[in-house]
Structure formats: C-alpha cells, structure tokens
Design a protein around this ligand. Structure first.
Ligand code: PLP
Length: 801
C-alpha cells in the first residue's frame, strides 16, 4: 500500500491541484495538457524517489555484485505508463483523472519518446533494464544523454525527410542531475616517461551524469539508467578558443550516430564512445574505491557488460586506471579486467563490425591506443606459442590490430570472460563460421542468450484487452511468470475463446486504423488482413521483396479474376526509418510510398489492397502496431538477422510469423510447429554456401522468369506515371545485377507463403487457434527469461535482499 499522494483518489486530487497551482499559478480547469503531464510526472517521480533511496541504501549496506550494462543506445519509449503500472498506482491516478474530467491516456501520450536509440539493439537494452529491475536484480544502464535523439521522420512526396528530434526541449521529468558525481574525461595530448608511462592529456571534457529511475514491477526496487552529458571542464584547454572548445564538446552529447563519412565525423564518434565508456568506468570505480578502498576485489562485485562493440574502450580504460592510477602489475590488472568484462555480439554483417583506423584513435586517445597495442602484443605472443610460426597467417587474422585498424570485436573477445550471441542460430554461426577461429581458442567463453522483450510493456501495458481475456482463462500468474502463458494451450480449441480473441484483435486493429486515419487521412478496412513489416530499413531485411510482392498482387487483382475472387483483402503496413546517408534504403521508402499512392487510389482494386507507410516509426507507434497485426513479416535473408525482437512482440500479441529461418524465427518455428507459422526461402546454410560459391546470377532469373521480369520492368518503364522514369533504376539495376540479399532467388517461395496465409485466413476460427498457440508459446521470449540466463550464466548476480 502506498502512503502520501497516491494513497487514494482523494489525496491524489488534492495534492495534484495544489501542486499545479503552486507551479503554474493556475486552477486545474485552466491548465494545459503539458502542465498536467508535468505535474503528474513530477509527483510520480517523487514517489519513485522513496523506493529509489531505499534501494540504494540497501545496496550500500550489502556486499553485492552488480552489473553495469554499457550501450550506445537505449530506446526507452515513454516511461509514464510503465512507471504508473510498475508502481501499482495507475488505477488511482486514472480514477482521479476521470473525476477531474481529464483523459489519463491522452496525458500519458503527451510524453515524447526519448530518442536514445535507433532500433532493435537499443530497444533490447531498454527491455533488459525493465527486466533487471522487475526481477529485483542490481543492474544499471550507461549511455549518453544525447541532446537530439535519432531524427524524426517525415514523408514528403514519398521521400524520407529527417527533422531534428528535440526531445529535451521541455525538460525531462524523469531525470535527476548528479552534479557531485561528475568526472573529467581526458583527450589528446601525449605520453611521457617518468619511471613509467605518464599520460598528459591536452584537453578534458566534464561528464555530468543524469540518472533516470528504472522502476521494477511491484517490488519496490528502483535501478537507474545513467546518461552522461558533456560539459566544459574547469581544466580549460590551452590554445583553444572558448567558442571552439564549447562547440566541440557540445557535439559529444549532441546526436546519436553523427555522420561518419569525414575524418571529423569519425573522430567524433570515437570521442562519444570513449566519453561514456570512460565516464561510466570512472564513476563505478570511484564508488567501489569509496566502499572498499581497493580495486583488488573489483571482480567480486562488478561486471561491465559490453552491448555490441561501441563501449569496447572500457577495456583499455580499466587497464589504464589499474596500471597508471592504482599502480598494479600488468598481469594482475589484466586478470581483473578479464574477469569484469562480458561482451554481446549483435551482428555478423561485415560492414557493421567496428574497425577504428589507428590514425584516428592514436592522436585522440594516445594512452588507450598504447594499451591496446600492448594487449595485442601479448595476445599475439600467446597465440604464437600455441600455434607456432608456421601459422602466422592465423595470428595476423586474429590480431587485434592489423591493416591500420583496431578490430573492436577482437579486442572484446580476447579481453572478456564471456562472449554471447543473441539467438541459437546466430551463436552457432559465430562459433562455426564467423568467429570460429576464436571459438577454437576460447571455446569456454562462447554462450548463447536468445533475446527477449519485456512482456510488461509489450503485452500487459499495450494490450490490456488481450491481457484481460487471457486472465479469464489462465488466471493472472503469467503476469509474473510469462511461461504460464502455456496454460492457454488447454483452451485453444474453445470456440468462445477464439471468438473473443478475434474480437480483441479487431478492437486493436480499429485503434490502429483510427491513428492512421488521423495522421494520414487514409481509411483502412479492419476486416482486411493486417500484414505488417515494421523495423529499420535495411537491404538485408528485404522490405524490397515485400514491395515487389505487393506489385505482383496489384497486377493480379487488375488482370486475373480468379486471383481476385480468391484474395482476402489485405492492408500492408510498413514503418521504417532509413539511416540519413543510406541512399538505397531511402529509395526503397520512396518505392513503397509510390506503390501506396498508386494502389490506394485505384478504385478497381482498393477494396482488396491498401498500402500504408506509417511516418516516424518508434516505440510508441510500435505499441499500437504490434497488437493489431495478423501477419508479422520477418523476411530477412537467412543468416543476416542476428535475432530480431519485433518478431517476438508480434508473436506475443497473436500475429502469425511469415518469415525465413533466420534469427529467433528459427526458435519460434520450433516452438509453434509448421501449422502455426509460414516459413519460406533459403535457410542459413544454403545462403552461406551460395555466398561461398560466388553468389548467383540474378540476370538469369530476370531473363528466364516472365513474372519477375514484368515486375522489374514496371520499376523503369513508366508504370508509375507520376515518377521520373529513372526514379527506381538503381533498384532495378541492383536487383538484376547484384541482388546481394537474394530477393529474386526467394521471391517465388515468398509468394507461395503469402498464398498459404491468404488461404488459411479464410478459416478464421482456425486462424484464431493458430494465433493463440503463438501467444501460448511466446513466454520463452519474455526478457525476464533472457535476463535470468544472463544473471545465472554470465553475470552471477543475485536479487537485492
Ligand atoms: C522492437 C523494435 C525494433 C526492432 O525490430 P526488429 O524487427 O527486431 O528489427 C525496432 N524499432 C522499434 C521502435 C522497436 O520497438
């Protein structure tokens, strides 16, 4: 039971009115939504603070091991609903708002998404923080307080435009500035020798932490996400104008993933990486020293988790502190460093494996670079002893430094005690192909932890209708123990359940349709199949294949009466941001919008086929989209999507996956069985072999396959009469001459999967059963399961007592 403001409805109303008046000098009836939101947020944060202080007090007393999760991105989404729910005070507030004549929902929606991430990687980190707190585990996020998040996307004449995401313009009610815990981060300068190496930086940047509370679900535990802000240091750099210094440092916590096509841009990204890695390590080490007076036992109490390679520099930074500040011997420092760092690999895409040119790293971080050289030297020597001179090729291949660059993944694997992939297939590919040679040396380090999503946000909070329905059949145990969703299997043949499920689905489709109508003035049929692909736009995710298939459907609706007679009306929904500099991805967005414009306005077919591209896909939009889907498009080229998490959100909300055997789709397929999923296309082995044998010749398909040729020609023959004739010629050429991601190769199999889904949907009762089996089997993808695995097998942490 809560005391104080949130004790009951009346006490809340009284305090809410009073605080509003004190803050804005207004009666509640004259207040704006912004003011009401801010007061609500403030009151909730104050309530959180009570638990926050208590949690911290306990941890100060306990000798307890903690994990610090370092990630360049945390895609948090709104916190207000999450905090109200996890604190168990949403009902009180909702009743009070109803009494006052305000809509709580609308007030919650006033909060803007903090754009501290761009896609799956950042969303995963956010889900993990929620699970850590909700399982009562001591775990903290570490990131940058980006002044501007990832851009806001506008679609104009079918093209993506990027607008600044000014998410902090009106402040952020959840954050608390911790001035006292600020630290200085050194850059540039040189290294001198005085009985040992002494680093003399020429510049310092002050890192000031802002802590955002992470509220556990009904357990009074509050963890934190620490966001670092770059500010001027008191140690002012010599020979630099104030203006120059100020404008340079502002960029460090300026934007996420600044353009890195120039030297300056690359340097800035590396500055960002070192900035938040070093600030995090320093503040954690300071805290540890304050408590224990030594770092000898650091590994007993601390784990640094490296989420993808962006925070890799915590490794040499910790070495620097242990060697230069604590004056430890190398071996002892190395032993500690290896015992406190664990690494998650997220990708095998070659272009995404970070490699930093020496000529960027060395001048910016001279001491850090020197330490990486020494780590590399020792690693190579060790390897040499193991494999001998005759295998020098292997040494060159695995070296941390080579060809003028630092290979960050190699540094992580060599230095960490644990290396994990994010789905079974992905980890197998790491072990057997991508990182095989490292696996041969360090088999004990490699482990799989399949990704997960927080079922609280993605089911309990965003699909209250479905949650209530499930509760009626299986009780509320699944809210704490998502595996209990499996109990639903006993009921999947019950007619009432299936009908009730379809009703819920329809409600969620209507809610989404309303939002789409409000924003885009396009009416969609909520009896049509909602076939949805929402995720970052990338060639390997193959939105292009989806688009080509829609062109096929459109063509057949126009020309083939049998096809039309058999076709269940479809609404294809896309949502995707393309990286600002990713030319091809932006072309695909343009193509989808061009198709949408043509088919949506064709009265001959538009009762059967609508295409929607939602603007500015983000977490809040996802929360409306996932519950409304009938079909979840997970169609990446097999082996390319490490895991995916969108696939899990859809599944948990009762959508059927139409996808390749890639990432976690493989595990979904195993769980639900072939009757409850639509699998198509080449598998990972076939793709790997095809690459090994030099790819294939898409031109041959183009020449010999009439249907594909017809579709491809529509891209360039004026079929889209409103566009310049060469608008899509790059897409055409890419498909005909490269097709690196096997769009044409998988096309027919993809089309067949769609045909089967179309047929299956006609029996809605059977469809509902399939959807319910998916929900029943989705508990394993709750991030509580992932986090329990991390806690047990990698971090060795225990709940806060
Ligand atoms: C879950 C999520 C993602 C990741 O989607 P994938 O399909 O796994 O790539 C990306 N963006 C947002 C906003 C999400 O919620």
């Amino acid at each position: 039971m809560r005391t104080g403001v949130f004790r009951n409805k009346d006490s809340f109303i009284r305090d809410f009115k009073k605080r509003l008046k004190q803050t804005y000098l207004k009666d509640i009836n004259d207040s704006t939504i912004r003011e009401r939101y801010n007061i609500l947020g403030t009151l909730v944060r104050e309530e959180i603070s009570k638990d926050w202080i208590k949690t911290n007090k306990i941890l100060e007393k306990n000798d307890q091991r903690k994990v610090y999760y370092f990630s360049m991105e945390f895609l948090m989404g709104r916190l207000i609903t999450n905090n109200l729910m996890n604190m168990g005070i949403r009902r009180v507030v909702e009743e009070a708002f109803n009494d006052l004549g305000f809509d709580l929902n609308e007030t919650e929606h006033y909060e803007s998404d903090p754009g501290l991430g761009n896609g799956g990687l950042g969303r995963l980190a956010a889900c993990y923080l929620d699970s850590l707190a909700s399982l009562g585990l001591p775990g903290y996020g570490n990131c940058i307080r980006y002044r501007y998040g990832l851009f806001r996307q506008r679609i104009k004449q079918g093209y993506q435009e990027e607008r600044p995401d000014n998410w902090l313009s009106d402040g952020y009610v959840w954050e608390v500035r911790k001035e006292e815990e600020a630290v200085d981060i050194p850059f540039f300068g040189n290294i001198e020798w005085h009985d040992g190496f002494v680093y003399k930086p020429s510049e310092y940047i002050r890192a000031v932490p802002y802590d955002v509370p992470i509220v556990g679900d009904s357990n009074n535990v509050v963890n934190a996400l620490r966001l670092w802000n770059a500010e001027p240091s008191k140690r002012y750099p010599e020979g630099k104008s104030a203006f120059e210094y100020e404008s340079e440092l502002q960029k460090i916590s300026g934007i996420l993933y600044p353009d890195d096509t120039t030297y300056e841009g690359k340097q800035l990204r590396l500055k960002q990486q070192y900035f938040f890695s070093a600030a995090g390590v320093k503040s954690i080490v300071n805290k540890h020293l304050k408590k224990y007076g030594t770092l000898d036992n650091l590994a007993d109490y601390v784990v640094f988790h490296i989420n993808d390679t962006h925070p890799t520099l915590i490794i040499p930074e910790l070495m620097r502190i242990l060697l230069d500040e604590q004056h430890m011997e190398w071996d002892k420092a190395w032993d500690i460093t290896q015992k406190v760092t664990a690494y998650t690999n997220h990708t095998i895409l070659a272009e995404a494996l970070e490699k930093w040119p020496i000529d960027i790293m060395k001048p910016l971080l001279p001491r850090i670079y020197q330490l990486i050289e020494e780590i590399n030297r020792r690693f190579c020597l060790e390897l040499l002893e193991k494999v001998g001179y005759q295998n020098s090729d292997l040494i060159n291949e695995l070296a941390i430094i080579g060809n003028g660059v630092v290979r960050m993944a190699h540094l992580c694997i060599v230095s960490s005690y644990s290396v994990n992939g994010v789905a079974k297939l992905h980890t197998d590919i790491l072990k057997n192909i991508e990182m095989k040679k490292f696996y041969d040396i360090y088999p004990e380090k490699f482990i799989n932890v399949t990704n997960g999503i927080t079922h609280r946000r993605w089911l309990l909070h965003t699909n209250t209708e479905l949650t209530e329905l499930l509760e009626k059949y299986i009780g509320s145990g699944f809210k704490k123990h998502p595996f209990e969703l499996e109990k639903l299997l006993d009921f999947v043949d019950e007619k009432e359940l299936k009908e009730a499920f379809l009703k819920v689905k329809k409600i969620k489709k209507e809610q989404l349709a309303q939002r789409i109508y409000k924003e885009q003035k396009i009416k969609i049929d909520t009896d049509s199949i909602f076939d949805i692909q929402v995720k970052r736009l990338h060639e390997y995710k193959r939105q292009l294949m989806n688009a080509l298939h829609i062109m096929y459907v459109y063509h057949n609706l126009k020309t083939n009466p049998d096809f039309k007679a058999n076709y269940v009306p479809h609404t294809f929904i896309f949502g995707a941001k393309a990286a600002a500099g990713y030319y091809f991805a932006k072309k695909v967005i343009k193509l989808i919008n061009t198709i949408a414009k043509k088919v949506n306005n064709d009265s001959e077919t538009n009762e059967y086929l609508k295409v929607i591209f939602v603007e500015n896909y983000n977490v809040s939009y996802a929360e409306m989209i996932m519950p409304a889907a009938d079909i979840s498009e997970q169609i990446s080229t097999a082996s390319k999507e490490a895991s995916g998490t969108g696939n899990m959100k859809f599944m948990m909300n009762g959508a059927l996956t139409l996808g390749t055997l890639d990432g976690a789709n493989v595990e979904i397929d195993e769980l639900v069985g072939q009757d409850n999923i639509f699998i198509f296309g080449m598998n990972a082995d076939e793709v790997t072999n095809l690459y090994k044998n030099g790819g294939y010749n898409p031109k041959e398909i183009y020449n010999n396959d009439e249907e594909i040729r017809m579709l491809l020609e529509q891209l360039v023959n004026g079929f889209f009469e409103d566009e310049k004739q060469d608008e899509f010629s790059d897409i055409f050429n890419n498909l005909v001459y490269n097709d690196n991601y096997f769009v044409l190769k998988d096309y027919h199999s993809y089309k067949e999967a769609h045909r089967l889904a179309n047929e299956a949907y006609k029996n809605k009762n059977e469809w509902a059963k399939k959807a319910l089996v998916n929900i029943a089997k989705s508990g394993i993808f709750a991030s509580d399961r992932s986090i329990n695995e991390y806690a047990e097998n990698i971090w060795h942490i225990k709940p806060i007592k």
